[in-house]
Design a protein around this ligand. Structure first.
Ligand code: G6P
Length: 461
């Protein structure tokens, strides 16, 4: 089995502090892949330095070697806070209104990709498979090729690919896509994002695109693009659910909710997650069912994210206001309808919370996949499963058809979905859950890694 070199912006450095710690679905997924392939994981340490030195800090823990570099403040501002998170992230989540187009940040993005290539290239051996992840590092494969690397290099995009009409608003969009075509294999979360990418290549670049095989021929290069829906680490989740931490968390939540049904949402505090819209939907539900404050409690876990980016500061303020308004209007001396927690929790605790929450709300406005939806389904009690309420705009909606689907923009639709979930008879809950659990269990993260690396080893290059 070829050694795997994974390159991503965020690296789950063991015992890292602050921003360097593992967060989001990406970190857990990659750890599993690396353990299996005895690999190296290269990326940013999450730490800042005075000027870029390229010094690599290596650590091996639990079978995974991490290799990280520090970045100067200006690089973090321009590459991470700037181009990645104030240009690409909003644009790729269809939020043109929040997308900033700045030449300086675009240059910072190019510069950091160049520096990453310079630093990681000496670590890559002849037969290694190289797997680059996510929107921060789209030009990296091209920069590695410029350094003479002949290895098979794959790229996986964890977020949506926007429709061509939106994507062309990005200055130098062709340049970015042409760099992507240096990869041997490009993976997307769903067929929908894959189709948008192929449409762009055909329409804007005039590339020769074969829909059936995913082959894209352009200017003498050939690349393959396919959908690889990411999954959860199912066995790991089961192990987490079996811990004292999970049991205590479940106990803590159920005893504090007393006779009310717990409904849970777990999201990074990000505008793509549809949190204010969700709170509006919950407000509408309580307007329609004023007595339900004694029947339902909503727990929103929303750890702050990307706090140096203005749009993230704004979403936090909006959410605090909306939550405060509903709690002010609906609370009684002994009852609060929404518990809003700005803090992250361990996976074991989350498993415990999911297990006792009879409704899981996952209502992003746009999401590449959304692993919370799959985690929620994974840890339900087979004899008494909860109901997943899922946005039709999450990538996960293309697989989890047993969920109650909602349009997250519509407060009425959300309110109605909550009513449906609350009233759903056990037989229907079981039938819906049974229709999803097979996919969640079998199309897991190991299978995802296997499929991608298997194809990467075989694509013509
Ligand atoms: C999403 C992205 C990941 C990212 C994660 C957390 O899942 O696809 O690449 O790591 O969010 O965001 P952060 O900015 O904290 O790395």
């Amino acid at each position: 089995m070829a050694r795997l070199v994974v390159i991503s912006n965020r690296v789950a450095v063991p015992k890292a502090r602050g921003a360097a710690g593992a967060q989001g679905g990406l970190a857990g997924a990659l750890n599993a892949a690396l353990k299996k392939h005895n690999g190296i994981w290269f990326g940013w340490s999450g730490q800042e330095c005075d000027s870029f030195t390229g010094d690599i800090s290596m650590q091996t823990s639990d079978g995974v070697t991490t290799a990280t570099v520090d970045l100067p403040h200006q690089d973090v501002e321009e590459y991470y806070n700037g181009y990645a998170n104030a240009t690409l992230w909003p644009l790729f989540h269809y939020r043109l209104d929040l997308t900033e187009y700045e030449r300086t940040t675009a240059k910072g993005y190019e510069r950091v990709n160049e520096q990453f290539a310079e630093s990681v290239a000496p670590l890559i051996e002849k037969d290694d498979l190289v797997w680059v992840h996510d929107y921060h590092l789209m030009p990296l494969g091209d920069r590695l090729r410029q350094r003479g690397l002949k290895n098979r290099i794959g790229f996986f995009l964890h977020i949506p690919w926007p429709p061509t009409r939106l994507f062309v608003s990005l200055p130098y969009h062709e340049r970015l896509v042409k760099t992507l075509l240096s990869y041997d294999l490009i993976g997307f979360q769903t067929e929908e994002w894959l189709d948008s990418f192929m449409h762009y290549c055909r329409k804007e670049l005039g590339a020769d695109v074969d829909e059936a095989t995913g082959r894209i021929a352009y200017d003498g290069t050939e690349t393959v693009a396919r959908a690889y829906p990411i999954g959860v680490d199912f066995d790991h989740l089961m192990n987490q659910l079996d811990t004292g931490t999970a049991r205590q968390a479940a106990q803590r939540l159920s005893s504090s909710t007393r006779h009310r049904t717990a409904m849970i949402g777990v999201d990074r505090l990000d505008y793509s997650k549809g949190l204010p819209e969700r709170i509006d939907g919950i407000g509408r539900f309580f307007d329609r069912n004023p007595d339900a404050v004694r029947q339902l409690v909503y727990i929103q876990i929303a750890p702050p994210s990307r706090e140096d980016v203005e749009s993230y500061q704004q979403i936090r303020t909006v959410l605090e206001q909306k939550t405060g308004q509903i709690n002010g209007a609906r609370s009684e001396v002994d009852i609060v309808p929404i518990r809003y927690v700005n803090r992250g929790h361990s996976l074991a605790e989350l498993c415990g919370f999911y297990r006792v929450s009879k409704i899981g709300l996952v209502t992003p406005l746009r999401d590449g996949m959304n692993l919370v939806a799959k985690e929620y389904v994974a840890v339900q009690d087979p004899d008494d499963p909860g109901v997943l309420v899922l946005s039709r705009f999450a990538g996960a909606a293309q697989q989890l058809d047993g969920a109650v689907m909602v349009n997250p923009h519509s407060p009425d639709d959300l309110a109605h979905a909550i009513e449906t979930a609350l009233d759903m008879p056990l037989a229907e809950r079981k039938a819906r859950w049974e229709s999803m659990i097979g996919t969640v269990r079998d199309d897991n993260v190991h299978q995802w890694t296997e499929r991608f690396t298997h194809d990467l080893e075989r694509v013509p290059c």
